[in-house]
Design a protein around this ligand. Structure first.
Ligand SMILES: C[S@@+](CC[C@H](N)C(=O)[O-])C[C@H]1O[C@@H](n2cnc3c(N)ncnc32)[C@H](O)[C@@H]1O
Length: 325
């Protein structure tokens, strides 16, 4: 196996890490995700501070998805249009589509994009598990030798995000992506693994081509302090490189990444502040009953190294209701 293929395989493996953490948080009752267990063959109980981090990350992403879909669906009913789109970049084994569908929250179009190797596993599991399969739209077809799922509403597409404009965009358009519809893009620990030239070209394409777009990113920040150095070295020891980290190392730079391209607004918050400001007291009390967390300093240090960034290309009403906190 050549070196680039090897590093792709290691990056693909991070989808398992994310699923194991999510399964740990779900099994203990931090989060409600009945589907993630289907993707984890060897469950592991994560440390309390990791479970708390997974819970907080999950809250941020689910809140943005639900706010966007609820708000755009209401607007559409009033205006008798039915257009809203979600694009999950590097979707891995993420179960959000099914969590939303279970609650009858549906997008007009929902795309998930990852490497074929990951999608093959995902598609096979979805088909094997009746609780997931029954949530697929009735017109769903398995395609690309089992690496893709196609339906009018939900598409699991395989490809390399480094070839976004050349390879991914034509596939999105072929499957009904509408450049004029309100669209929420999500990157949860994905753009950070790409060279900045590749992640920037995805953002450039959105800037130029999607009039009414928002993006939610959740990525690592602060590479230069001791914890940041340790985070980089731990990943490097596993052959993983956070290629985007030096180009976008702070809350300010992740915000400026969008503002400098003329986006109408961008806000960023680290996970520690998000935990303090966005999680209601009732939830914090519930979590305290699940598992005792006494490593608050460690949690805060860890959580300062992850950030949500939410940016909108326009001041459109579609996005007014999606807020980080
Ligand atoms: C840390 S995982 C996160 C998965 C998912 N977003 C989540 O939060 O559970 C990173 C994902 O990005 C995908 N990824 C990284 N680089 C990619 C690329 N160039 N093309 C397609 N997918 C990529 C990996 O395969 C992996 O599934």
């Amino acid at each position: 196996m050549s070196a680039p293929e090897d590093s792709d395989r290691l990056v693909q493996g991070t989808s398992n890490d994310a699923a194991i953490s999510r399964e740990s948080a779900a099994r203990l009752g931090y989060i409600a995700d009945p589907f993630i267990q289907h993707f984890v063959r060897h469950p592991q109980r994560r440390a309390p501070l990791i479970n708390r981090g997974t819970f907080t990350r999950f809250q941020g992403v689910q809140k943005a998805l639900r706010q966007f879909l609820r708000h755009t669906s209401q607007n559409q009913q009033q205006q008798q249009q039915t257009q809203n789109q979600v694009v999950i970049l590097g979707s891995g084994l993420d179960t959000s589509y099914f969590l939303l569908a279970k609650d009858s929250i549906r997008a007009k179009r929902y795309f998930e994009i990852d490497f074929a190797e990951i999608n093959a596993k995902k598609a096979a599991t979805i088909y094997k598990k009746p609780d997931m399969r029954r949530l697929l739209p009735a017109d769903t077809k398995v395609a690309a030798g089992g690496c893709e799922l196609h339906s009018e509403e939900y598409c699991l597409l395989s490809g390399d995000l480094r070839l976004f404009a050349q390879d991914i965009v034509p596939r999105l358009l072929e499957h009904g992506f509408d450049t004029s519809a309100p669209t929420l893009f999500v990157s949860e620990c994905v753009l950070i693994y790409l060279d900045p030239q590749h992640s920037d070209s995805i953002i450039d394409w959105i800037t130029e081509s999607v009039a009414n777009a928002a993006i939610l990113t959740y990525e690592q920040i602060l590479p230069s302090d001791r914890f940041g150095q340790m985070m980089i070295e731990n990943l490097r020891a596993r052959g993983l490189e956070l290629r985007g980290l030096m180009a976008y190392p702070s809350l300010e730079s992740t915000r400026d990444r969008f503002l400098s391209r003329g986006w109408a607004s961008a806000a960023a918050i680290d996970l520690s502040d998000y935990h303090k400001k966005a999680i209601p007291q009732s939830e914090l009390s519930r979590l305290a009953r699940i598992e005792f967390l006494d490593e608050w300093e460690e949690f805060s240090l860890l959580a300062k190294h992850y950030a949500f960034t939410l940016a909108h290309t326009t001041h459109s009403k579609s996005f007014a209701s999606i807020k980080l906190i």
